[in-house]
Design a protein around this ligand. Sequence first.
Ligand SMILES: [Mg+2]
Length: 305
Amino acid sequence: MEQAFLKYLAAQQKPALPDSVGIGDDAAVLSWQADQKLVVCTDLISDETDFHLVEVTPQQIGRKALAINLSDIAAMACEPVGAFLTLLLPSGDTSLDLAKGIYEGAAQLGQTFGCPILGGDTNSWPGKVAVSVTVLGRSPFDQPLLRSGAQAGDAIYVTGTLGGSILGGHIDFEPRIREAIRLREICGLTAGMDISDGISIDLPRLCEQSQVGAEIDVRLLPISDAARQMSQTTGKPAWWHALNDGEDFELLFTVPASEVDHLEAQWTDATPVTKIGTIQSGNQLVLLDEAGQRQPLKPEGFSHQ
Ligand SMILES: [Mg+2]
C-alpha cells in the first residue's frame, strides 16, 4: 500500500517551494533566512476521539488535521511554510483510497494558505485511523505572538463567533492566519492563542502564562448560530456554549487599552472581532453573568485527555 501511495503522491506533487526538495527524497530541504524564527507545531487526531470515520469524508479528516495546526500557527501570528503528514491506517483494501482522500483534503487546504505537503510517512496496523500533521511556519514580525505578554488593563478580544462547533464547525472551520497577521499589522497585540478547548479553559491558560487575571462579560460574547441551536437541545443558555464549547479555533488575543479605538476603526475584515473583557492584575478569573453579577470563571470547556 505504501508504495502505491507514494506513486500516487509523486503524480500529485508539484514543485513546492523555490529552492527546496519535497516528497521523493529521503528528507525535505528548505531554504531559510538566517534571521527568521522557525515556528513548529504538531497535532495528532484519531478516529473516535476527534472525528468519526463513518460520519466524515477522508478529505474532511485531512483538512481538519492540517487546519488545527494552521490554527496554532495563526495563534502565533505566523504564516505557514509547509506541512508533514503522517498516516496510520487500518490494514485492508480501502486504506489506499483513505490515504489518498486524507492527503487530498490536507493538500487542498494547504494550497489556499501557501502550505504545501512536504513529506510524511504512512503505515498500516490493525487499529483505527490516526493522522499526525506537523507544520513549519515563520514569523513576518520580529517575534511570534506569545501567550505570555498580556498586561493588566489590556482588552480581551476574540475573532468570529463562538460555540456549537460539534454541529459541524469543528470539521470545516477556517484557520485565522490572515486575520492574525492583519490584526498585528494594525495594532500592538500583547498576547494571543487559538481557542481549542473553549474560552473557560483557554483564557486561564493565557492568563497563567502572562501571570495576570481576567474579567469577561458573558453579555459581550459573540454567539454563533450553532450555539443558539445547541442551547435549544441542551437547555443551557447560548452564552454557556459560546463560553465552554471547544474546537471553535477562533483567536483569543489581548490589545492595550490605548489601541482599542484604533483597532475598532481600522478593522474592516469580514471576520468580526469582539471585545469580551479586560485583563486584570492578580490571578482572579471573573465572569460577569447575564445580570452583571461577578462569578468565578469555572473551566467547563472540553479538555483533551
Ligand atoms: Mg493552540
